[in-house]
Ligand binder design. Sequence first.
Ligand code: FES
Length: 136
Amino acid sequence: METVATLVKVTLPSYLANLTIPTSVDELASISGPDWVQLIIFMLTIAIIFYSLIRLFHPSVDKGPKGKGHPINPSIRKECPKVVDVLDVEDLNKEKVSYCRCWKSKKFPLCDGSHNAHNEETGDNVGPVVIRKKIN
Ligand code: FES
């Protein structure tokens, strides 16, 4: 604790007091090489702290369970590295079939209308892909 107190009360104020911060364009042009390095390191530190705070608190930077971002698929066939369904149009025995694109259907890959609750809950606008077949 004492180390942190010394850092905040002594080291940081001393560092900031010795930092060359130009107040005009003329002063900017007259800064020496070592002062430029010190100023750039200071500005990078501030930028990294600011960026880290935004990453930490901004809702769009939500992390999924593996820390790679928020997954679209919450529960369907998670044991598979990739969920792929193939449809042969010749096998389509109905006039139309709806395939889920929201990953919420209990009958996945078919749509069961769960997208309506999802849209209501989140303000999203997802819906199925509908494949129609002309039956003569
Ligand atoms: S249930 Fe997913 S698109 Fe309809």
